[in-house]
Structure formats: C-alpha cells, structure tokens
Design a protein around this ligand. Structure first.
Ligand code: NAD
Ligand code: UD1
Length: 309
C-alpha cells in the first residue's frame, strides 16, 4: 500500500471524521486540514497515522504545504449550511470556491492527481419537483452555497482537461449520522431533531413538513469515498450520491418518535428562503460504478445508531 498520506480537508467535521476512521481502518495515513469553524478536534482519534493541521483552505500557502507528499485529496472543507451561505455569501465563497481553486492549483503544482470532491444536490435547485433527479437535470443553483458547489465542479473539470487532475465529483444528497453537530441551528435537520427529541425540547419545522429529502447514513457514504480513492479510472462528470428514497420531514418526525418513544412539541413556521422543496437522487450512475453496502442502512436503523451514542 502507498504509505503517503491522504489529505482530508474538513476532516474534523461530521463526514470528514467518519472518513478518517475508515481510512485508518484501511491502513492509510491521514493528514487533515481544518479551520475548526464547525469541526472539532475531539472528533479525531489520537493515532500515529493521523496528522492535524489547523488552518484555512482559503490560505493558498498553507494549502500548498498541506498537499506536499500526499497521494490523494478528499476535499470536504466548506461551509456546509445552505442557510449560512444565504446570510454570508462573501465569507462562504472564500471557503467554498476559493478553497477548491487553491486545492486544484496546489495539486497541479505538486503533481497529485486524484481528488474526491463533496458537491451537493443543491446544484439542481427545485428542478426535481418530486421526481428522482439524474445528473443531466438542468442546474439551478438557488443559493450562494449551490453556486459555489457548481462553480467548484467546473473548476475541477478545467483542471482535469488542462492539467490531468482526476476529480471524482460526488453530489451528496442529505447525509446524517453520528458527529453531525446538533448545536447550530444551521446543522443538518436529523441531528437537530434527534437532539431536541432526546432533550425534550420543542422542535421547529420550517414550512409544512411535507418537503422531502433523500437521507443517506454517513457510514454508507464513507465506504463510497474510500472506493473513489481506489477507482482505476475516474468518471467524467458528477455522480449523485443518494438512495432514491424520499422522506418528508413529517415522516422523519414520526420515525424519530418511534425510536425515542415520544416527541416533544412540534411547531411549524414559515419556510426558509432558498429552501428546496423536494430532493431525491436518481442513483443509477452510482450503482453502475460503485458498491453501496448491502443492505444499506435504513432510516430507523440509522436513527437508532445515532441515538445510541
Ligand atoms: P461539517 O461542517 O461537519 O464539515 C465541514 C468541515 O470543514 C468542518 O470541520 C469545518 O471546520 C471545516 N471547514 C469549513 N470551512 C473551512 C475552511 N475555510 N478551511 C478549512 N476547513 C474548513 O459538514 P459536513 O456535513 O461534514 O460537510 C462536509 C462536506 O460535504 C461539505 O463540503 C459539505 O458542503 C458537503 N455536503 C454535505 C452534505 C450533508 O448532508 N451533510 C450534503 C451535501 C454536501
Ligand atoms: C443539506 C446539507 C447541505 C447539502 C444538502 C444536499 C447540512 C447542514 N446541509 O442541506 O450541505 O448540500 O443537504 O441536499 O448538512 N429544517 C427544519 N427545522 C430545522 C432544521 C431544518 O424544518 O430545525 C428543514 C429545512 O428548512 C429543510 C430541511 O429541514 O427544509 C433540511 O434542512 P437541512 O438539514 O439544513 O438540509 P438541506 O438544506 O437540504
């Protein structure tokens, strides 16, 4: 096995730290670049094969140093909240677009080719209309978050054509599981709802609760990220990462109620601006090229594992 480290940007965050665990279990060395804006060092094991660099992907000199000697990069560092990007488009852009460009440029300089990138279903905007969305669905980024993810995809493709980078671009749908931080109102809905249900604090639904999402358990996602590092040949273009299953927030609440026992009071407020109504992945392309765990983690099992911790 190649002993040189895999660089995981955003590795102290929710998805990143779950990926670090998987890479270590597979025998890799891991270097992490994270500014700890939402991530936590406590998410990371102290392990001889883990190296942590605190810093920003918008800092080009630091990114240059961070990629030195790495075999590949998994680029996850970003402001992950759609709502935060609506409130701070300029700050978000530094992390979400400039950061990606810095990674591309530093990889080109260092001669590193493989990069796995966390794009998002947000690039499709409201084009799903309840149907499963395939990769060719017209893009309609509704928020600074979505615009930066789509622009990042285009930059990665430029570096592929021009400089031989090997980007694997995954458009994640909604990921949930352990270490998704529930403390921010901008965090993922499952982490917020489960935390509130456990603490018997009131739950707020933005909108009528009939909006739907395609939720994937983080343990299943990181298996795919691990495979993307090993693929002999990359696919040109993005790949949806979801289960092709729609769950409404009202169905989610019912499932949480079943797992926890009883729900605290639930109130309904105005929908968030820029919020997407329905989002469900057509995952045919993913299933052709990658192996989802068999069986995949179902919603009730995923919630139970999340609540175990
Ligand atoms: P997260 O907030 O837990 O992780 C993001 C990590 O990046 C954090 O550790 C944070 O401290 C770090 N970070 C942010 N800005 C940085 C910067 N400028 N420099 C260095 N580090 C920085 O969120 P997550 O859910 O684990 O998201 C990981 C990636 O997956 C993000 O790119 C996100 O946009 C993408 N994504 C997530 C989901 C989801 O449902 N969670 C869906 C689609 C895409
Ligand atoms: C999520 C991800 C984003 C990703 C996108 C891909 C997070 C924080 N966001 O965005 O990175 O690109 O999926 O599909 O991980 N809601 C409530 N009450 C709450 C919190 C949320 O009703 O307390 C609602 C929201 O208004 C929204 C739904 O729940 O309708 C899902 O919200 P959220 O978990 O933030 O996810 P997305 O906006 O889909």
């Amino acid at each position: 096995m190649d002993k040189s480290p895999v660089l995981v940007t955003g590795g102290a965050g929710f998805i990143g730290s779950n990926l670090v665990d998987l890479l270590l279990a597979h025998g890799h060395s891991v270097r992490i670049l994270d500014n700890l804006s939402t991530g936590k060092q406590a998410n990371l094991p102290s392990h001889p094969r883990v190296e942590f660099i605190k810093g920003d992907v918008a800092d080009v000199q630091l990114v240059r140093r961070a990629v030195q000697g790495c075999q590949a990069v998994v680029h996850l560092a970003a402001v992950a909240s759609v709502q935060a990007s609506v409130e701070d488009p300029v700050g978000t852009h530094q992390s979400n677009l400039v950061g990606t460009l810095n990674i591309c440029e530093a990889m080109r300089e260092a001669g590193i080719r493989r990069v796995v990138f966390a794009s998002s279903a947000a690039v499709y905007g409201n084009n799903g209309d309840g149907e499963a969305i395939d990769e060719e669905t017209p893009k309609a980024p509704l928020t600074p978050y979505a615009a930066d993810k789509l622009a990042s995809e285009h930059y990665l493709d430029f570096y592929r054509r021009q400089h031989g980078l090997e980007p694997v671009v995954f458009r994640f749908f909604n990921i949930y599981g352990p270490r998704q931080d529930p403390s921010s109102p901008y965090s993922g809905v499952i982490s917020i709802f489960t935390e509130r249900a456990l603490k018997r604090q009131p739950i707020t639904v933005f909108g009528d609760g009939e909006q739907t999402r395609d939720f994937l358990y983080v343990g299943d996602l990181v298996e795919l990220l691990g495979q993307a590092l090993k693929q002999e040949e990359i696919d040109v273009g993005a790949i949806n990462v979801g289960l092709n299953r729609a769950t409404s927030l009202n169905q989610l609440l019912a499932a949480i109620g079943d797992v926890v026992g009883e729900l605290p009071p639930v109130s309904y407020q105005a929908a968030r601006s820029g919020d997407i109504r329905h989002s469900r992945a057509d995952n045919a392309r993913l299933l052709q090229r990658y192996r989802l765990p068999n069986p995949v983690t179902g919603m009730r099992e995923g919630l139970a594992r999340l609540l175990e911790r």
